[in-house]
Structure formats: structure tokens, C-alpha cells
Design a protein. Sequence first.
Length: 287
Amino acid sequence: MMKSSSPAKAGAGGKRAAEAKVLRGLVWFCAMLTLAVLVFLIGYILVNGVPNLRPSLFALKYTTENVSLFPALINTIIMTALSLLIAAPLGIFSAIYLVEYAKKGNKLVGIVRITAETLTGIPSIVYGIFGMLMFVTTLGWGYSMIAGACTLAIMILPVIMRTTEEALKSVPDSYREGSYGLGAGKLRTVFRVVLPSAAPGIFSGIVLGVGRIVGETAALIYTAGTVAQIPDNLLGSGRTLAIHMYALWTEGMNVESSYATAVVLLVIVVALNALSAAIARRITKNM
């Protein structure tokens, strides 16, 4: 009996080994393909954009001659800061409630999660139309930075909330139990133990939100406008780098400058990713 079954076992083992090799090969192929696409995109932007970088692109004021991206750069920083100032606290504290305070089986938790998932899949143009109807028209803010920031805050709120929720869930329960055992209360445990442990995941969600803010055009065209100057206040209109690049490309007369703007945009995104990773490592190291 044992002799007759050994060839069958050997055959099954060989089949599993072959399947494992095929799956491993597919994983490597997908990884290399993703890396190749990333390298191609970055290389294409750098090759076409770096030669077109010139000092006039960083002039303080935009004119049709210099097509300066500096006002759009400042507007991008302002828009990012405002959007995160609104969305980050709401998203993080909402996730803390859902994970740490809400009772299991709470219907409100289920509704919030379904709503967040639904909002994540809504196209940005729909957010732009909503922002125009709500903030620009109904509230009377006009095409302004604050209208654009509020629209983007609603757009990135589900991303920050869901990533923070998953980061909090990944913290082992033994951390919480150990903190309770030492006499710490619920609030102290959340802010001194759970949040620092979940910091890398939280910052990943914030970086995803920043990436969406920096690269957004449709929602901002309908809310923040396309004025190529730094506004005097938050109720003034201004374009971000993504809108600036889109405008230069569609005009057809400054395509080279749009490539240069893409390089600056790429550098900003990479710098933000590096900064968030460094902050997360520092927080984890100091725990």
C-alpha cells in the first residue's frame, strides 16, 4: 500500500512545486513590469522636462512671457495645507472612534464605512460639481482657495479615514492590554501607545491624500479657478501646479514649460513621500 501511494504523493508534490514556480514567476513578472513602467514614466518626464527648466519659470509673478510656475507652486502648498488641516483631524479622529470606542456590531460604524468606501470611488469631476454648487454658489465664496480646499478635504477624507482605521487595527491588542495593566486609561492608551504604533500607516494615508491633492485638476477648476497669481486671501482664486501644467498644455504654445512643471511636481511628490517616511521612522524609533 505504501509503495503504491508514494508515486501519487510524488506526483502531487511535483505538481505543487510546478505551480509554485509558475506563481513565483508571475509575481516577479508583475513586479518587474510595474518597476519598468515607473522608471519609464519618471525617465520620460525628466528627459523632456529638465532641459526646459529655466530661471524665468520661478519668477515671482506670472506673465505670458515667462509663464512662471512659482505662483502655482505657492498655491499648491497653500491648497495642500488647507485641505489637510480640514481632512486629517476629521479622518484620524473618526478612525479612532470606529476602532477604539465604537461597540462591535454598531450600525453607525457600518454606515460610516460603506459611505467612506462609496466616496472613495466617486470621480473627481463629481466632487468639483458639488463643490461649485455648494461652496462657490450656495455659500457665495466664489472661485476661491477655501472653496477648493473644502472640496479636496471631502475628497481625501475617506482615504485618510480608511488607512488610519487599518493602521489602528494592525496594532496588537497586547499593546493595549499592557497599557491598561500599567494603569493607563483609554485616552492615554490611544494617544501614547496606539497612535505612535500606527503612525507609519497613518502617514501613508496622509501621503496618499497629498498625492491626490497635488495632482487634482477637475475638482479645482470648478472651485478654485485658474487665475495664475497668488491670491491676496483665501477668498481669492488661484491655480495649482497641476492646473498650471494642464493650462500650458492645452494652450499649445508652452508645451515645453508644461514638461518642466511636471518635473517640479514629481520632485514635490517624491520629497513629500520621503519626508513622511522619515517622520514615521522617527516616531517609531522614539516609542
